[in-house]
Design a protein around this ligand. Sequence first.
Ligand SMILES: [Zn+2]
Ligand SMILES: [Zn+2]
Length: 344
Amino acid sequence: MRAVTFQAPGEVRVEEKPVPELGAADDALVRVEASGICGSDLHIYHGRVPVEPGFTIGHEFVGTVLAAGDDVGRVAVGDRVLGCFHTACATCRSCLRGDYHRCERGRTFGHGSHLGDLQGAQAEELLVPRANLTLRKVPEGMSDQVALFAGDVMGTGYHAIAHAKLRAGDTVAVLGLGPVGLCAVQAALAAGATEVFAVDSVEQRLQMAARFGATPLHLEQADPKRAVRDATDGRGVDVVVDAVGDPGPLAMAVSLARDAGTVSGIGAYAGRGEVPIGLAWLKGLTLRLGLANVIAHVDRVLALIQAGKLDPAPLVSHRMKLDEAAQAYRIYDNREALKIVLTP
Ligand SMILES: [Zn+2]
Ligand SMILES: [Zn+2]
């Protein structure tokens, strides 16, 4: 089978690899019919997340079950399925609490040996451990390129809002309008937000947020802080989502939140940075951070997509062939694409 492998920073390659075989009784083998290239794949592409050369990358996928172990009961051979970006054991303390994203035995697809040694989904076939928890059937009539958002990008946007405990009638600001930020805009509106301010510096992304129903604010041209204050009688918004994952946007999030509001940081923070912790304390903010618990959300996200309340379809800017992966990564890295879906 063909698979997209990491080689060195800035270099991915399509290689021929043996088709994986079932090992555990709850494994499934999936023929991948669509896979996504994600912002977190760029961390690997740049060498910021260490992955062994030759490791297959990718963690967003939709396909058909080719084989399943005896203990796989929730999906069957022939089913169209979508995957979550990681697996969870369902029996550790974190899983028993429902915190699947902190599973003590969790493994992330396509992230090398240090995140579970699980080969990735940008391939023709994929071995899926813990298939009962990791896979869901694709609802009737839902396209591949829409379904693959449920187990990662839309699940993450949804998590940013659910984790903030947003209530109908709240006002929201979303900082960073990549695919996750744009999904958070949709999730906020679906949850009953009355106004969503969407902040970025890329014109097309602002336009798309506006199309979804948000109020676009250009980071440099609009003075988001003033605009949010003016629109909220000087109070700030109830919920701020940082979908960038840097200290700068997190600091801005603290300044945009109202007293006793919530900041939900869904971007991937790394290392150290300066955040106005005194202001956050003075305002009495709730700060919620971390990786998204997509396994806990995936059924609701699929239901919302099916009901037309969430619609990731406009985010797909490019459809390319698996064989064009090297070019696809270059395009994505140059920010010429919002979302690339690879098909065999
Ligand atoms: Zn992803
Ligand atoms: Zn677990």
